[in-house]
Design a protein around this ligand. Structure first.
Ligand SMILES: *[C@@H]1O[C@H](CO)[C@@H](O)[C@H](O)[C@H]1NC(C)=O
Ligand SMILES: *[C@@H]1O[C@H](CO)[C@@H](O)[C@H](O)[C@H]1NC(C)=O
Ligand SMILES: *[C@@H]1O[C@H](CO)[C@@H](O)[C@H](O)[C@H]1NC(C)=O
Ligand SMILES: *[C@@H]1O[C@H](CO)[C@@H](O)[C@H](O)[C@H]1NC(C)=O
Length: 478
């Protein structure tokens, strides 16, 4: 769709500069599409927590809170309760009266409610957030709420101040968000302490005869974090077994090649044999932490981590991961790992927290205790339910204040609810031409997304609906 819109714009013929920009973005969009698809396949391959789609399905299969409404009942609900309209059709629910404790709200994806006088909030899913047909004009009592658990790869323009501050309520990976999803890939504290997959050090040492000290499994190649450049460089100093599509040098056993068979724990068993796992996120953002970190910790393998710069805030203990940023060059990192590989006492120090079941990080313990949603746990609400109810409560709070003649309580997203620095490429003396071309696209993409964010802000503040064409004209102005 974007492509068509862009072609239109092209047709309206701006200067060559514009065309150049378009070409670059088009390429980025195409690459984005490719890598996203890969990510989806990969997430099943890597046996990570269920992706959103699956969680949704699971949640609604159980019909936990779902009630079926006759038209009459719906009509009644709609006149009595605030309507919270999912502008991204994430839940697929045409209409449901949701119970959030004592507060009831009507949740729907049916856009005909846009102009209903009971409509109090619009809910957006970041990945689907589209400049096309936003619910404008926005009335004073129209709260906008954003749910976005993903990295910036999946919609860069939301990660800038002009856009993120359009929202009143947020649920993002950031600890600063109204509903922080930072631990979204961690099922519970018990899985970290569990010794279920752990392989004794003697066994790991003997396995070293046929396995490298390090393992890497990634099939979403060349993302904004530029991890493949780093790992590629690292590989010239130390042996790495790479099973994924990126930097592939070792095949999985035949019976594991089919991603569907990945769920059965045999993949875990393979990874658990290693001493170190390269745990590199696809983007570098504070608090953006995925199963890439938690998985090695669960398995009793030492993560060599690159991603969230403040990761130390979330680690189970002070000595539970090796942080790539503490080393000036992959060469130094390789040296350190080699030293640990030949010194059992030093190596085991990184697993002591697990062997003793001693998680000393208060922030992590508190976050896990206080979160109101579960991961792959049907006995708990999922984070979408909790997000919906957070908005429902806030909307009701303001309805009650108004009834009593008070001013509404104001809610606004801050820039730190969703922000990631500009992607950075690793620069090593051994240039890698193949990687550079792809990786250099993330930076133009980021730069352009800043312009998109500004244009969007301007148009939303004008508070009239606008066409995609108007938007792109503004983006490519000057
Ligand atoms: C959307 O709501 C309208 C009433 O506002 C109803 O007539 C229509 O059937 C609904 N559409 C769907 C798909 O449920
Ligand atoms: C890590 O060590 C520092 C001091 O060395 C201490 O203040 C902090 O609480 C420790 N953190 C964890 C998670 O154990
Ligand atoms: C929601 O945000 C908009 C735009 O910043 C603002 O005008 C409105 O007052 C906010 N609503 C609440 C309830 O804070
Ligand atoms: C704005 O909305 C009106 C009514 O829905 C529609 O007729 C018009 O085409 C829209 N304008 C743009 C620029 O999308």
């Amino acid at each position: 769709m974007i492509r068509i819109r862009r072609k239109k714009l092209w047709a309206s013929c701006f200067c060559i500069v514009t065309c150049f920009f378009l070409l670059v973005t088009l390429q980025v969009v195409v690459e984005l599409g490719k890598s996203e698809r890969k990510e989806i396949i990969l997430s099943s391959l890597q046996d990570g927590p269920l992706k959103l789609e699956e969680q949704k399905k699971q949640a609604y299969q159980f019909l936990k809170k779902q009630e079926l409404f006759s038209d009459v009942k719906t009509a009644m609900a709609v006149n009595q309760y605030p309507i919270l309209l999912w502008w991204s059709p994430l839940t697929g629910e045409t209409g449901r009266l949701g119970e959030c404790g004592k507060d009831l709200c009507f949740f729907t994806i049916n856009r005909t409610y846009q102009h209903n006088h009971m409509t109090r909030a619009f809910l957006f899913y970041g990945t689907d957030f589209n400049i096309e047909s936003l619910p404008l004009p926005r009335k004073g009592h129209h709260d906008w709420a954003l749910f976005h658990e993903e990295s910036p790869k999946n919609n860069y323009k939301l990660f800038h101040k002009p856009t993120i501050t359009l929202f009143n309520h947020t649920a993002t990976f950031s600890r600063h968000s109204h509903l922080p999803l930072t631990t979204q890939y961690l099922e519970g504290i018990e899985v970290l302490k569990s010794l279920r997959y752990m392989i004794p050090l003697q066994k790991k040492n003997s396995l070293r005869k046929r396995l490298a000290p390090l393992v890497y499994v990634q099939s979403d190649c060349d993302p904004p974090s530029d991890r493949d450049s780093y790992v590629s460089e690292l590989m010239s100093y130390i042996e790495v077994d790479s099973y994924g599509e990126c930097l592939h040098n070792r095949d999985l056993p035949q019976h594991l090649k089919n991603p569907a068979s990945m769920d059965d724990g045999s993949f875990y068993t393979i990874l658990a044999q290693y001493k170190f796992i390269l745990a590199f996120e696809n983007a570098v953002c504070e608090d953006y932490i995925t199963e890439k970190l938690w998985r090695p910790l669960k398995l009793g393998v030492v993560p060599v981590y690159f991603g969230s710069p403040n990761i130390a805030d979330w680690l189970p203990s002070n000595k539970s991961a090796i942080l790539v940023t503490r080393f000036s060059h992959p060469r130094e990192l390789a040296q350190y790992i080699k030293a640990l590989d030949t010194n059992d006492q030093e190596y085991v120090a990184y697993l002591e927290w697990k062997l003793k079941g001693d998680i000393s990080n208060k922030r992590l313990l508190t976050a896990m205790k206080e979160r109101k949603w579960g991961v792959q746990d049907i006995t708990q609400d999922n984070y979408i339910d909790v997000f919906e109810c957070m908005v429902c409560h806030k909307v009701w709070e303001n309805i009650r204040r108004q009834e009593k003649g008070f001013l509404p309580r104001r809610w606004n997203a801050e820039v730190n609810h969703l922000s990631c620095p500009k992607p950075q490429a690793f620069l090593f003396s051994t240039p890698n031409v193949h990687r550079a071309s792809l990786r250099d696209m993330w930076i133009p993409s980021f730069e352009q997304s800043k312009k998109e964010a500004q244009a969007l802000r301007l148009l939303v503040e004008r508070n009239m609906n606008f066409s995609a064409q108007e938007f792109w004209m503004l983006v490519f102005k000057e």
